[in-house]
Design a protein around this ligand. Structure first.
Ligand SMILES: Nc1ccn([C@@H]2O[C@H](COP(=O)(O)OP(=O)(O)OP(=O)(O)O)[C@@H](O)[C@H]2O)c(=O)n1
Ligand SMILES: C[C@](O)(CO)[C@H](O)COP(=O)(O)O
Length: 379
């Protein structure tokens, strides 16, 4: 059974400061909100994604979607109102409500919540309190027992109908859905939370989140780099293939395959990063089966054997060197196609172009050159 996920992203982030609301601030190269969007969008059980945003911030949310489908709704003045607005659009029997300000939610947290919903109306991730607690008031400092106290995180998961009933009964705001649900007597069970699923609340939390992300990357793999370079001759024709995109024009690139110098350079760079030689070793020009071949076959095969060798491309940067055709209008399509072949987030692919000021063979239009750098994670 699929579930709906609501991400509340309509807050102002006053405690974090910094001008831009914290959910749109950049964390390790991407907006904070994009991390939880990706997490839910990649979960096959997540059948609907709803994002509550402040008035006028829809475009900022769209910039975080990276192709994910989501229902965008206006949030409210308080978190409770934002959840209420999102809940009105929920189309599935189970709903997970998540703070945009918790970018490091994991599949395991979601799986535990979903399992808990098999036998409970509501569930929330929790962590025990480790520090001693005290209340400080006019009478002084009063120690408070931490026995039975838990810190609650999000997502908070509920049977949709029951949560809707609890919202109908609620006449004030609550810090979270657990408090709102408990106020109307709904049972909630606690599942294990994770320290890394903390809420970015204060300015220092950005650094903590960056460190957590960097820690993940470095413990999981070694980063390696490969470079590739390719040249093809130009002649009169009806179009060129570049970075997986066909551009109609009165010339062509000459080669044994489709002569896509961009994809060849990326293929060489990936093979280089994985320590697997070069494109000629795997697809010799003397082999007839590669005559006229679509070069995406080469890159897809390179990705497969690189993966078998433990190397996965995480970033690609390409420079196309030519006077013509104009590359600018085709960059977006090239980026998407390269990302598709490598099963990579398009934000991790960069396409650049330059002329050589009419100098040399590229300047004279005798040929086109391509350079690529691939960064790969080696596990
Ligand atoms: N009116 C509001 C207030 C909060 N939130 C969301 O609720 C989550 C948790 O709230 P909090 O950390 O308090 O965020 P802010 O309200 O933005 O922060 P602050 O209280 O520091 O202003 C955040 O993802 C925030 O965007 C929301 O959707 N609508
Ligand atoms: C929903 C929440 O993140 C659960 O821990 C928390 O209640 C939000 O509190 P805040 O006061 O809005 O930061």
């Amino acid at each position: 059974m699929g579930y709906s996920a609501c991400i509340v992203a309509a807050g102002r982030g006053m405690r974090a400061g910094g001008g831009t609301p914290k959910q749109f601030r950049i964390l390790a190269g991407r907006p904070v909100l994009s991390y939880s969007i990706d997490r839910f969008a990649q979960d096959p059980a997540c059948a609907q994604l709803i994002i509550a945003h402040a008035p006028g911030q829809a475009d900022r949310v769209r910039a975080c979607l990276n192709g994910a489908k989501a229902v965008l709704v206006e949030g409210g003045e308080t978190r409770t109102q934002s959840v209420r607005n999102a809940l009105a659009h929920v189309a599935h029997d189970q709903v997970l409500i998540h703070d945009a300000a918790r970018p490091l939610v994991t599949d395991a947290i979601i799986a535990r919540l979903r399992a808990a919903l098999d036998s409970a109306p509501g569930a929330a991730p929790s962590l025990p309190v480790a520090d001693a607690l005290a209340r400080s008031d006019d009478t002084g400092v009063v120690p408070v027992s931490r026995d039975g106290l838990y810190r609650l995180q999000t997502p908070q998961a509920f049977q949709t109908t029951l949560l809707r009933e609890a919202f109908q009964a609620a006449s004030s705001d609550y810090p979270d859905e657990v408090s709102l649900a408990r106020a109307s007597g709904l049972e909630v069970v606690l599942t294990d939370g994770e320290e890394s699923n903390f809420k970015v609340t204060y300015a220092d939390d950005f650094e903590r989140a960056e460190q957590a992300l960097a820690g993940d990357a470095s413990s999981a793999s070694l980063t390696v780099t490969g470079m590739g370079y390719d040249v093809h001759r130009m002649a009169p024709g009806d179009g060129v293939h570049l970075c997986g995109v066909f551009i109609a024009c009165p010339y062509q690139l000459i080669g044994h395959s489709d002569a896509d110098a961009g994809l060849h350079a990326i293929t060489d760079a990936l093979l280089g990063a994985a320590g697997l030689g070069d494109i000629g070793d795997h697809f010799p020009p003397s082999d007839d089966q590669w005559k006229g071949a679509d070069s995406s076959t080469f890159l897809a095969h390179a990705a497969k054997i690189a993966a078998e060798a433990g190397a996965r491309a995480v970033h690609v940067d390409v420079t196309l060197i030519c006077e013509r055709p104009k590359i600018g209008p085709h960059k977006a399509a090239m980026k998407s196609r390269v990302a598709e072949i490598l099963d990579l987030d398009p934000r991790r692919v960069n396409i650049k172009a330059t002329t050589t000021e009419k100098l040399g063979f590229t300047g004279r239009g005798e040929g086109l050159a391509a350079e690529a750098v691939v960064t790969a994670a080696l596990s």
